[in-house]
Ligand binder design. Structure first.
Ligand code: PLP
Length: 388
């Protein structure tokens, strides 16, 4: 009765079961996997955000496949204000999420069975998005040596006649590594030679830990480039469901891509009117919430370093941006077994590295947007547990 593409293994994993077991026993869990900013105790401009959702214009239905001009102009203004890049709003298409953006682009570029290169380690959602579009994901490694780098020889080897695009996450989740300028040049050369597009996921772009702006792929003109972002991370409003695709590159390819993307977007018309009218306000309040988040991330990172300085068992990997840190730990069991033990014995939830496709055991991923008191107490328990 069902398609092969939806034939997922849907049994719960050991970590989810352990979490339920601990909660059933009444344990209060310190969540060091928190990725939901609306549950992180931030101060939002509540009144402005809520009022923006009740504008009279929202009663008008104006079906525009790329999204309403008012919202596209606000997203383009974000690139101008924050990154000094002039994005033409006509080259920007609104979607309800970056996930929807990915699926539009997969549909645009790939026939069933075509391949997309994705970084490893990275974000676990790609697998499902690819399955739903009948696309095959082929990983290319990021290597760690005093910071993360793209392994270009392996990336080039992974390209086949069926490869259509390379995904970069800038900065990557969870490694927190940006694509460096020389890596961008190499990527452009490789993609140009092999007629591949670039798909750049920039949802964490504004969270550079040294507070220096990083170059956005939305200005990349060398090859056909789709830059994805949205309010879920840059304005810490994932519940509002506003994201976009900026298309850049050689004009003829951009125009051809846009006219096809417009048909894909027109097929769903998934953006609601109130949300689009509220988009300028949601983007305007980002600076205040970004400041709070960066302060939080940096405070948790220095608390982590303070605690790590007092022991010799674990080490933190270098991180340049984003909301996560990676701890290298001794391999005495699988990372999943360790995460299960931490939940049951210490009531602390962390993500095992394998959740992000780390090539070996010995890594856990920590959220740096957790509340500082929870983060400090959670880390105390994790490090004590590892020292036992
Ligand atoms: C790298 C990355 N891209 C995209 C998303 C999802 O963004 P959206 O809520 O816009 O689908 C996430 C969410 O955690 C993410 O980590």
């Amino acid at each position: 009765m069902f398609s092969n593409r939806s034939n997922w293994k849907l049994t719960r994993n050991r970590l989810t079961e352990a979490l339920e077991e601990a909660k059933a026993r009444g344990a209060g869990i310190l969540d060091l996997t928190l990725s939901n900013p609306t549950r992180a105790g931030l101060r939002y401009c509540e009144h402005e955000i809520l009022s923006s959702l009740a504008l009279p214009n929202s009663l008008d239905y104006d079906p525009q496949p790329k999204g309403l001009p008012v919202a596209r102009a606000a997203a383009a203004a974000y690139y101008q204000d924050q990154h000094a890049i002039g994005v033409d709003p006509e080259r920007l298409i609104l979607t309800t999420s970056t996930s929807e953006g990915y699926s539009f682009i997969f549909r645009l570029l790939c026939n069933a069975g075509d391949e997309i290169l994705v970084p490893k380690p990275s974000y676990p959602l790609f697998e499902f998005l690819a399955d739903l579009s009948d696309v095959k994901l082929v990983p290319y490694p990021l290597l760690y040596d005093h910071g993360w780098q793209i392994d270009f020889p392996s990336l080039r080897k992974a390209v086949t006649a069926r490869t259509r695009a390379v995904v970069v996450v800038h900065p990557n989740n969870p490694t927190g590594s940006f694509v460096q300028a020389d890596e961008r040049d190499q990527l452009n050369r490789t993609c140009h030679e092999r007629s591949l597009a670039i798909i750049a996921d920039e949802v964490f772009l504004d969270y550079a830990h040294d507070r220096r702006p990083r170059a956005s792929f939305s200005a990349n003109q060398e090859v056909l480039t789709f830059t994805l972002s949205g309010v879920s991370k840059i304005a810490a409003l994932p519940q509002m469901k506003v994201a976009w695709i900026v298309t850049s590159g050689p004009s003829a390819q951009v125009e051809a891509a846009l006219s096809r993307l417009e048909v894909i977007a027109d097929t769903y018309l998934s953006m609601s009117a109130p949300i689009q009218w509220a988009t300028p306000t949601m983007l305007e309040q980002r600076k205040e919430v970004q400041r709070q988040l960066l302060d939080r991330v940096l405070a948790n990172l220095s608390e982590l370093d303070r605690r790590l300085a007092a022991q010799k068992t674990c080490e933190r990997l270098i991180v340049d941006g984003g909301w996560y840190a990676i701890l290298r730990i001794p391999v005495t069991r699988t990372d999943e077994e360790l995460a299960v033990d931490l939940v049951l014995a210490e009531h602390v939830l962390v993500h095992p590295g394998h959740f992000y496709d780390f090539p070996s055991d010995g890594y856990i991923v920590l959220s740096l947007i957790a509340q500082p008191n929870e983060f400090a107490e959670g880390m105390r328990r994790v490090l004590e547990h590892l020292d036992k």
